[in-house]
Design a protein around this ligand. Structure first.
Ligand code: ARG
Length: 270
């Protein structure tokens, strides 16, 4: 097992978080959201990452962009290049510029995308290849664009269950490298994509529907410690059995927007 290494993450506080539109099946604008509690839970997530030795950067939140807390969707950053997002839904479109401006200010090379994509929501790095989801948000044309931008192989995977509309709700990289280990829920993928995953990642930790519905795959791993939604106790047990150290965090409020741990965290890779 590789040693944990310190990572750099970008997070955005849920200052203006609410659920006042519905762009995924989890969102119900009639269910009240406790924004203060969301803030406390997010703070705890942030502290957990800091306690693990990771570097946290903060993206200033903007009013009228309630989903901005899901920072993972604002870009995909690898090899020092920040590939920007282009959101599927107009409600989130303005988030993209906030992200790109931040990367520019921080001295990252940026790439303004031509194609619709929701950043790390649909792109995952295994250390060798970029896994890329399509079917609900990111356009397959963005997969080809990302391959050209990074010069890294992109493997397209089709998502078929609307509850798992982003790749990061259905799949996670637990350990990077040539023997990368994934966790995923097969039912979220088309039959062909399931076979691809099975062939290429035979050592994966396979999640079931209960794990996925508890946002158990929306996790962040440093190769050893795995931060995941506290509700996903079954997933935590599977991860522990596979040799990882689960670190549960309570994110009940942000789940009302259809996201959890991973959605809130964008990794900045030099
Ligand atoms: N309400 C947000 C949306 O539907 C949630 C995004 C969750 N983020 C994620 N990386 N899966 O766009």
């Amino acid at each position: 097992m590789t040693h944990p290494r310190s990572r750099a993450y970008l997070l955005c506080p849920p200052t203006y978080f609410e659920v006042n539109y519905r762009i995924n099946p989890w969102m119900d604008p009639t269910t009240p959201v406790d924004t203060e509690l969301a803030g406390k839970q997010w703070q705890r997530l942030r502290e957990t990452l800091a306690e693990l030795g990771h570097t946290i950067h903060e993206l200033p939140p903007a009013p009228d962009l309630p989903d901005m807390v899901y920072a993972a969707n604002g870009g995909f950053v690898l090899d020092g290049i920040a590939y920007g997002a282009r959101f599927r839904h107009p409600q989130r479109a303005a988030e993209a510029d906030h992200h790109l401006r931040w990367y520019e200010q921080q001295g990252w090379r940026t790439h303004q995308p031509a194609e619709v994509n929701e950043g790390e929501g649909d792109f995952a790095w295994t250390g060798e290849v970029i896994l890329a989801g399509y079917g609900f948000r990111t356009d397959p044309a963005a997969h080809r664009e990302v391959q050209e931008v990074f010069g890294r192989p992109v493997l397209s995977l089709q998502l078929v269950d609307p509850r798992f509309y982003h790749l990061d709700t259905a799949l996670a990289v637990l350990r990077e490298g040539d023997a990368a280990q994934l966790a995923y829920y097969p039912g979220a993928f088309s039959p062909g994509s399931q076979r691809v995953l099975h062939r290429l990642f035979p050592n994966a930790v396979v999640a079931d529907e209960v794990d996925a519905a508890a946002f158990g795959l929306n996790l962040v791993s440093d190769g050893e410690r795995v931060v995941l939604n506290a509700e996903a106790s079954g997933m935590a047990a599977k991860l522990a059995a596979a040799g990882y150290q689960p670190m549960p965090v309570e994110l009940s409020e942000l789940k009302k927007g259809g996201g959890s741990v991973k959605c809130c965290i964008l990794e900045l890779r030099r």
